[in-house]
Design a protein around this ligand. Structure first.
Ligand SMILES: C[S@@+](CC[C@H](N)C(=O)[O-])C[C@H]1O[C@@H](n2cnc3c(N)ncnc32)[C@H](O)[C@@H]1O
Length: 294
């Protein structure tokens, strides 16, 4: 039951795996922090979707739902809707169901464990499909997307949020900044090999499938000197994963500098006031054309 490519280098940030599941250690927490830090940006994304829907959204399909950031945001936005959250990880789905319970949304969410590398679930076509930070995990996303078209009703929408890199936290000219930059460069080189579709032009892929891209815009997140503690936690969780992935290939001085961002000392990202969070994400909203009568 591997949803990854099966050829991860030991340098991959996904090396720390639980025995019972294939979720990288710490990823569920990181996804929840991600949701908090990006809350405003994601709300704007949902507003964009709301402007494009052609009728009330009743059914939502969340592909690679993770801990449910997309599912719950969309259920809030579209009050009459039911969501099917699909993920290959039972651990993620368990957490999503618990959260649904807490939010009083349990009766509006179903979960399905499925590997999207195998096929898209055979379901009644939905009004809205959502895939956030999941497509780049797929071995052959074009094949999966081709299968997805039938799961969207004519006139329905597919919203894709993708990233071209991991978030950045430390200004490059401050302590640890250059080390973080070099760690990112190593990671980007890894991703170019094991997740080659990350950062690619998803709009072109959607268009090739006959979908009509109606919205294509960057999702700008640039938080200067954020004061909310959650941002420091997010930075620490994110940098820990990056460090674990590349530490063995960093110069010793870089490794020490990176360590100092996480060791609780003066340069720790949870303590310093000069963080700057930037992420490189993009939104595409595409429509499945209504059946033509000509
Ligand atoms: C980076 S997380 C994003 C989660 C969520 N969409 C979000 O925006 O927070 C990627 C998710 O895709 C799931 N995933 C990766 N490969 C998959 C596959 N082949 N089939 C189904 N889910 C997959 C992972 O288990 C993980 O939950």
């Amino acid at each position: 039951m591997s949803h990854h490519h099966g050829h991860h280098a030991t340098s991959d940030p996904h090396v720390h795996r639980d025995a019972h599941d294939d979720v990288p250690e710490g990823l569920p927490d990181l996804l929840d922090l991600d949701a908090e830090v990006l809350a405003e940006a994601l709300e704007a994304v949902r507003t964009d979707i709301g402007r494009l829907v052609d009728s009330p959204v009743r059914s939502i399909l969340d592909l690679g739902a993770g801990t449910g950031t997309g599912t719950f945001g969309l259920l809030r936005q579209f009050a009459g809707a039911h969501a099917l959250a699909v993920d290959s990880s039972e651990e993620m789905l368990e957490r999503l169901r618990r959260r649904a319970e807490q939010l009083g949304l349990r009766d509006r969410v179903s979960t399905l464990r499925a590997d999207l590398d195998d096929s898209v679930p055979d379901i009644q076509p939905v009004d809205l499909a959502w895939a956030s930070a999941s497509l780049h995990h797929l071995v052959d996303p074009d094949r999966t997307l081709a299968g997805l078209v039938a799961a969207i009703r004519p006139g329905g929408l597919l919203a894709v949020v993708e990233l071209s890199g991991f978030p950045r936290f430390v200004p490059v000219d401050t302590p640890g900044g250059a080390a973080e930059a070099r760690a990112h460069a190593l990671l980007a080189a890894d991703r170019a090999v094991d997740m080659p579709t990350m950062g690619s032009d998803w709009g072109r892929r959607l268009t090739r499938l006959g979908l009509v891209v109606e919205r294509d815009r960057p999702i700008v997140v640039d938080l200067m000197r954020p004061s909310a503690p959650v941002v420091g936690e997010y930075a620490a969780a994110s940098l820990t994963r990056i460090r674990d992935a590349v530490a063995d290939r960093l110069e010793p001085t870089d490794r020490e500098e990176l360590e100092a961002l996480l060791d609780g000392g003066r340069s720790d990202v949870r303590r310093r006031g000069d963080l700057r969070v930037t992420t490189d994400r993009r939104l595409w909203i595409a429509r499945r054309p209504a059946a033509s009568t000509t």
